[in-house]
Design a protein around this ligand. Structure first.
Ligand code: ATP
Ligand code: MG
Length: 874
């Protein structure tokens, strides 16, 4: 039986033999693309080529791509684990033609690979062809049909509608008809009962789609219309997990060697057995062994779990996994983090990024699990209170409450229903759905983005970025469009030549000005999308046809470059001082400061910080020239450049060197000419962002000067306040000494004052039912003094019950004392009195012993009532 690794290699070897270049998988986490959080298909990394915004290194490419389908247009999350062939993260094997071969070769080769290399019996296969769509004015794909006919019996070529046989990446963008290949894995008896053709695209778990060949012909516009692409392309995708399951003759993807290793590890940890059924327990096994792949590979590609965006998607996947082992495997401790090592080993040769960062990923996952398990516990307690609450109507938990559990504690509705059910409670599910809908509407309104079509002004083959050397350039508008977000209009422009740096690699986008013949407009930001540099403005000029002078805000750019070069110097110093395990995990560079996230497992001590600063400042004073070169990726690595995980690199990379023995980094950003331009470097904060990830903020150049001046000004004003500008430290020490003396003095005075108050109280006792009662509102300065008074009175009076109240800085305080004998003989209990007769009246609470208890509260108006109440119970 072929292993999954052999099957993957055979695919790549096959397409290599057909002239394809084999490229690495792009990161699963997508950066610099506002339309996508995660790679959801093999073609994503080639999107620019389909749109005509760039040219590939080769017109034939093949690879295996890490994909994730849990958000956006493709979302399979709820299927995962419930069925046996949809995953969160999966590998998509793909081959591409960029304006090279088209339907003929794509069809021929896919058939050859499946039936001759992999030797899948032809009578197990069905293919589908686009049947056309009248509403879209699209004809049937006869071309594809005719090519298939050469290999496949006609009763195995099925017609498919737009939903199944017309592939679209998103609401807009490249698309076209497709041909799918399906495999019927049922037994002969089953096949005799129902013909396979009836089950294709019918969600049958044994008749599944494995490969989709998309013939990219059109570009979908915003108004829904289709425009023919300038060149025609092939884009195919075959799920490795499904292919392996067919070739290994299994009933489920989870029975292949891609999953059995982690399933066995889960069995061992939980002491439960995987039973191959649809029971919740077996679903849990599948969910876990699936989800850890998504969690592990996204974190290894640099995305940490968080509360927004891509980080939130990962957090949700992780929580789904925790809920499953918590609820259905009856396991209440972190578990996923232990599976990372198994997974890392399994993929060591295919996707080494996980293996290389195993410590970090394990730590991050463990911390997330711990945190969520605590939340779950809290949620369970919240449910208990809800069910005990007399306001809960009968035995139904209201929709709003269920929503609160979902929103605040991450309790999905089915878990709430399950737990409530165990205690005989029902949940108002329609009410919950209603709340959920309200929330969705709220968040949709908050993020709604309306992107209009590009208006093309003129065509140009390439877009020229000159911003590494020039801050001003003459150019022309190629196209522009309107984008409406939260009711505000913005305009986006693409130029044929631009000096504006588009936000990437942590460096913010340039701002500046476009000067047209008759007017100029402010550019407020620059970003990349689909390989284009997009300039943002709040205004649309009257005419965009004339030449435009694009001017970058030079001051802001210069200060930003200082911080970008400072980031490289910092990175190298961190590795020198803390160790080479330090790897960049995130970075932000702007004109005011820099922020750098990196893997490291302990707090960076003050001494280390000082050492790091010293190294960086030394490098600044050495005034090292910054050398920037383009080279191949392999040359760069050979030179010793630090490669970042989760970055997408082209064939040539840009290498930034500040002293070949000190810092060599792959970087597309802009930099100073030599390090002396930084002037001075200062770290202003250090802290944790996640388990195993630290964050530093630093300033350099003018920003550092400003920072130091602010600090010195602060010191000056402290000196002025202390009336000792020369030596404020000494003045503070003196103040502290004086404070200690004054405190001792006050304590002495208070003790004497308390004696006076006590003597007066001794004259105010009443005898009630043979008990000596003292109840008074007194004037003291602390709760502690009130307590002391109570004790003191107990020492002076027999058979005493005492209640003292005080208003201390506007807040009520009450102390109750009960003589030991009275407590024993009459059952009077100070702490019970506080809870039952006092707390509510002062809107507060407290407690203590049977013979002495105290309370504090919010309501000062009922102190006399407190005394009367206690008197009444005697
Ligand atoms: P399905 O209808 O089965 O969800 P799809 O139409 O969404 O598949 P495509 O978008 O055409 O699939 O993706 C190409 C191939 O990727 C599929 O033929 C399948 O083998 C694989 N694939 C798609 N989604 C998943 C998933 N969630 N898990 C595993 N493999 C998948
Ligand atoms: Mg799908």
């Amino acid at each position: 039986m072929l292993t999954a690794n052999e099957i993957r290699s055979q695919f790549l070897d096959f397409f290599k033999s057909k002239g394809h270049e084999i490229v690495p998988s792009a990161p699963i986490v997508v950066k610099n693309d506002p339309t996508l959080l995660f790679t959801n298909a093999g073609m994503n990394q080639f999107k620019d080529f389909f749109l005509g915004n760039g040219t590939p290194s080769n017109t034939r490419i093949a690879d295996t791509q890490k994909c994730l389908r849990v958000s956006g247009k493709h979302n399979d999350l709820e299927e995962v684990g419930v069925d046996t062939y949809h995953h969160t993260m999966f590998e998509m094997l793909g081959n591409w033609s960029f304006g090279d071969y088209f339907k003929k070769e794509a069809i021929e080769w896919s058939w050859e690979l499946l039936t001759e290399v992999y030797k899948i019996p032809k009578d197990k296969l069905y293919v589908t062809v686009f049947q056309g769509d009248a509403a879209e004015n699209l004809p049937m794909d006869e071309e594809a049909y005719n090519y298939w006919k050469q290999y496949v019996a006609e009763d195995r070529i099925l017609m498919g509608n737009k939903k199944d046989n017309f592939w679209e990446m998103g609401d807009t963008g490249p698309c076209g008809p497709c041909s799918e290949i399906h495999v019927d894995c049922r037994t002969e008896e089953e096949k005799a009962l129902v013909p396979g053709a009836k089950l294709v695209n019918a969600d049958h778990p044994q008749v599944i789609e494995i490969w989709n060949n998309v013939f990219m012909q059109f570009n979908r516009q915003k108004d829904g219309s289709l425009v023919t692409l300038p060149a025609q392309h092939v884009d195919t995708g075959m799920g490795l997990e499904r292919l392996v399951r067919v070739l290994q003759g299994k009933q489920s993807n989870y029975d292949t060697d891609l999953f059995t290793g982690t399933i066995a590890a889960i069995e061992q940890m939980t002491g439960k057995k995987y039973g191959y059924t649809d029971s919740k327990q077996d679903v849990a096994f599948r969910v876990l062994s699936d989800h850890i792949r998504a969690i592990g590979f996204t974190i290894a590609d640099g995305q940490l779990p968080s509360n927004t965006g891509a980080g939130y998607v990962i957090r949700r996947i992780l929580r789904r996994a925790v809920r499953y082992y918590y609820s259905y495997l009856d396991f209440k401790h972190p578990l996923l983090y232990k599976l990372m090592a198994v997974l890392a080993k399994q993929f060591e040769d295919v996707f080494p990024e996980l293996h290389k960062q195993l410590d970090l990923v394990t730590k991050v996952v463990k911390e997330e699990e711990d945190a969520f398990l605590r939340t779950l516990e809290k949620g369970l307690r919240r449910m208990d209170t809800l069910m005990a609450d007399k306001n809960t109507s009968g035995t139904v938990i209201g929709g709003e409450k269920a929503f609160e559990l979902h929103d605040t504690y991450g309790f999905p509705i089915d878990l709430t229903v399950l737990i409530a059910g165990e205690k005989g409670y029902a949940v108002d599910q329609p009410g919950f759905e209603e709340e959920l809908k309200k929330q969705k509407t709220r968040s949709r309104a908050a993020t709604a983005l309306d992107t209009h079509d590009w208006i093309v002004v003129r065509d140009a083959a390439t877009v020229n970025f000159v911003g590494y050397t020039d801050l001003e350039a003459e150019g022309n508008v190629l196209k522009y469009r309107k984008v409406t977000s939260k009711g505000k209009d913005l305009y986006q422009f693409v130029l044929d030549t631009t000096p504006f740096y588009a936000e990437s690699g942590g460096q913010v986008g340039d701002t500046g000005e476009f000067v047209f013949p008759n007017e100029s407009i402010q550019i407020i930001d620059t970003k990349k999308e689909d390989g284009l540099t997009i300039h943002f403005s709040e205004v649309l000029p009257d005419s965009v046809t004339g030449p435009v002078l694009a001017k970058v805000d030079a001051g802001k750019r210069a200060n930003t470059e200082v911080h970008h070069s400072g980031t490289h110097l910092l990175h190298a110093a961190l590795r020198e001082v803390l160790g080479t395990h330090v790897a960049q995990k995130g970075s932000l560079v702007n004109d005011n400061n820099l922020r750098f996230d990196f893997s490291h497992f302990a707090k960076v001590t003050d001494e280390e910080v000082a050492q790091i600063e010293k190294i960086v400042n030394t490098k600044i004073r050495e005034n090292v020239p910054v050398a920037i070169k383009e080279m191949t990726k392999d040359e760069a690595i050979a030179m010793g450049a630090m490669a970042l995980f989760g970055e997408k690199y082209g064939n040539t990379v840009r290498v930034v060197v500040m002293d070949p023995n000190y810092s060599i980094e792959l970087c597309g950003g802009t930099h100073v000419g030599s390090t002396g331009q930084l002037g001075f470097f200062k770290i202003i904060s250090e802290g944790a962002v996640a388990a195993g990830v630290r964050r530093m903020e630093a300033v350099s150049g003018v920003a550092a000067e400003r920072f130091m001046n602010e600090q010195l000004a602060l010191l000056d004003s402290i000196g002025a306040q202390l009336k000792n500008n020369k030596d404020p430290l000494k003045a503070i020490e003196k103040l502290q000494e004086e404070k200690v003396k004054l405190e001792a003095h006050i304590e002495h005075l208070e003790a004497r004052q308390l004696v006076g108050v006590r003597n007066e109280l001794l004259t105010k006792d009443e005898i009630i039912n043979e008990i000596t009662f003292v109840g008074q509102i007194v004037n003291v300065s602390s709760a502690d003094a009130l307590k002391k008074l109570c004790l003191d009175l107990k020492n002076h009076l027999n058979d005493l019950v005492v209640v003292l109240c005080a208003n201390i800085d506007g807040k009520p305080f009450v102390a109750v004392g009960v003589d030991e004998k009275v407590n024993a003989a009459r059952g009077l209990d100070a702490s019970k009195i506080i809870k039952e007769n006092v707390a509510a009246l002062i809107k507060g609470g407290g407690g203590g012993q049977k013979t002495l208890a105290t309370a504090g509260g919010q309501d000062i108006t009922n102190l006399q009532q407190v005394i009367d109440n206690v008197r009444a119970i005697l």
